[in-house]
Design a protein around this ligand. Structure first.
Ligand code: SIN
Ligand code: MN
Length: 281
């Protein structure tokens, strides 16, 4: 499923493209049904909120959940990303951000590329995020904020802050890339300049909506003060022509994939054929 030339132009201009109601309600049902199993798995791939109890994110679910494996290979995601990046793509990172009602915490203002460049040696920002809304997103449950056009400033270099909140004292260093206190957050004076110039958008919409955004777009989200969950799945695709340079210390492969094989898109009904396959075997 390809996106229009107009859509491509909008993405280039704004650094994001929002497609409300892009996946059908039935497709979202299949994904949401898989969440309890994914959230229940106690492993380093699962990151908790500061309260030490609620799930904040689960990384790499496409490597152990056949449903999410199908999502990352869905043509509705893969084909627009190939168009935007002008090459085949592979899954660089996949995460599910739970942002649960009343406990889902903030994501500070940041760009994704600085993490991928500094931590993983990603040479260029020739990558993008596909955010799939698994719940309706409204102004109350912590929608993402983006600064349109901020990708055109390139990577805004900020020094990494090594402080890790006490709740994560036992965790490896890379936890500071994943918590509410991010290692490379944008400083307030730069933020003020960007927002004064370009404003903020907060794409809101029904479950199934899809947000593509550039890894140099400045973005954030507020805590979820509503009683309703705001869970999203975020597939970060990288161009196969933009592989990370070898690092002395590599983050785990659920944060920076070692599998560079191009994603072969499945058929449009990818999320429904799983049960049929299961019945056959
Ligand atoms: C992100 O910055 O990758 C996620 C933000 C969010 O889930 O609100
Ligand atoms: Mn981000």
């Amino acid at each position: 499923m390809r996106i229009s030339r107009e859509n491509l132009r909008a993405y280039e201009e704004d650094g994001y493209l929002f497609l409300p109601g892009y996946l059908t309600s039935r497709e979202v049902d299949v994904l949401v049904a898989e969440l309890p199993k994914v959230f229940a798995e106690d492993s380093p791939r699962r990151v908790l909120e500061k309260n030490g109890k609620s799930v904040r994110s689960v990384y790499g679910a496409h490597t152990f959940s056949p449903t999410f494996e199908r999502l990352v290979r869905h043509p509705k995601l893969v084909m627009p990303c190939e168009q935007i990046l002008g090459s085949s793509v592979y899954v660089y990172q996949f995460k599910i951000n739970a942002k649960l009602g009343l406990v889902g915490d903030v994501w500070e203002w940041h760009q994704d590329f600085i993490f991928w460049h500094k931590e993983d040696g990603l040479p260029e920002s020739r990558a993008l995020n596909a955010v799939i809304f698994l719940h309706d997103v409204n102004e109350f449950n912590g929608p993402m904020f983006l600064i349109p056009g901020s990708h055109r400033y390139g990577m805004i270099d900020v020094p990494g802050q090594a402080t890790v909140p006490a709740a994560y004292a036992e965790s490896p260093d890379w936890i500071s890339n994943l918590t509410a206190d991010l290692k490379y957050s944008i400083d307030p004076s730069t933020l003020k300049i960007l927002v004064t110039e370009h404003g903020i958008v907060a794409p809101k919409g029904e479950r199934g909506s899809l947000l593509f955004f550039h890894p140099n777009v400045a973005h954030a989200s507020s805590p979820n003060l509503s009683p309703f969950d705001r869970t999203v799945a975020i597939v970060s695709y990288n161009s196969v022509e933009n592989l990370p340079r070898p690092q002395k210390e590599r983050r785990p492969d659920f944060l920076v994939a070692e599998d560079y094989r191009p994603v072969m898109p499945l058929t449009e009904d990818a999320l429904f054929t799983l049960t049929e396959d299961a019945l056959v075997t």
